[in-house]
Design a protein around this ligand. Structure first.
Ligand code: C5P
Length: 238
């Protein structure tokens, strides 16, 4: 069955404290996003990759696609929030999107441009589970206990660590389910970082299976993470 990827990359990456958004930062001379794209492109059963970038990054992204010979990629313009960007990406497979419509996939994988270390076997698990259950997502056990804080900065309550998971990426969805979920999404949901999985659950009543992923799914978030990512890439090349 056809499988496509939506890769939101329209964020400004403020937490790195760098002027370049982290997805475009270079690691061993190559932009981070190019490694992530490559991780999907080398998987033969993935048909297309929609990369969602901010308007001002469009030319840069076009150059990257040419330079690194990414052949499965289409660029789409991002939105004001991560969810808006993802929805714009999903629209590329529908009549409502801009430009030529891509073939609608059965399953769509949503991933972050800033998580470059992906293995095919895990992608397959996510894809098959999504096809069967409607939605699937990578999770990791919690390293720290999560506490809820009051607005004044005091402890409200803590969560039982064993019951909770950190939600990571990738996530997989039956395309029609996640598309419909976004169509019913409220402004508040678009604005806040509500889980994509939860949107599918709430708006479409699908079940969402959580799959424990490898620690390599970590997200490049802070400046020092770029050095860690470089070390991992060097190691894989040696
Ligand atoms: O900010 P955060 O690290 O959660 O962003 C996760 C992903 O969402 C990044 O790849 C970022 O580029 C993307 N994003 C987006 N559009 C936005 C905000 C974030 O595509 N408006």
């Amino acid at each position: 069955f056809p499988v496509a990827v939506v890769l939101p990359a329209a964020g400004s990456g403020e937490r790195t404290g760098l002027s370049t958004p982290k997805q475009f930062c270079k690691i061993l001379g190559r932009p981070l996003i190019s490694y992530t794209i490559h991780a999907f492109e080398r998987v033969f059963w993935i048909d297309s990759i929609v990369v969602v970038v901010a308007k001002e990054s469009h030319d840069l992204m076009t150059d990257i696609i040419q330079k690194y010979n990414h052949t499965k990629v289409k660029i789409v313009e991002g939105g004001s929030t991560r969810h808006r960007s993802i929805f714009n990406g999903l629209l590329a497979f529908s009549e409502q999107g801009f430009g030529p419509k891509l073939q609608k996939p059965k399953v769509v994988i949503i991933h972050d441009a800033v998580r470059p270390f992906l293995e095919e076997d895990f992608l397959l698990k996510i894809t098959l589970a999504a096809n069967k259950q409607g939605a699937s997502g990578a999770v990791r056990p919690l390293v720290s206990t999560v506490v809820a804080a009051t607005t004044g900065g005091y402890l409200d309550h803590s969560l039982e660590r064993a019951r909770y998971r950190a939600s990571e990426m990738p996530q997989g969805f039956i395309y029609d389910i996640i598309y419909q979920a976004y169509q019913h999404c409220s402004e508040a949901e678009f604005k806040f970082g509500t889980e994509c999985l939860e949107l599918a659950l709430q708006h479409c009543g699908t079940s969402a299976v959580l799959i424990e992923g490898p620690s390599s799914l970590w997200k490049v978030t802070h400046k020092q993470d770029l050095a860690s990512a470089e070390a991992v890439i060097k190691e894989s090349l040696s």
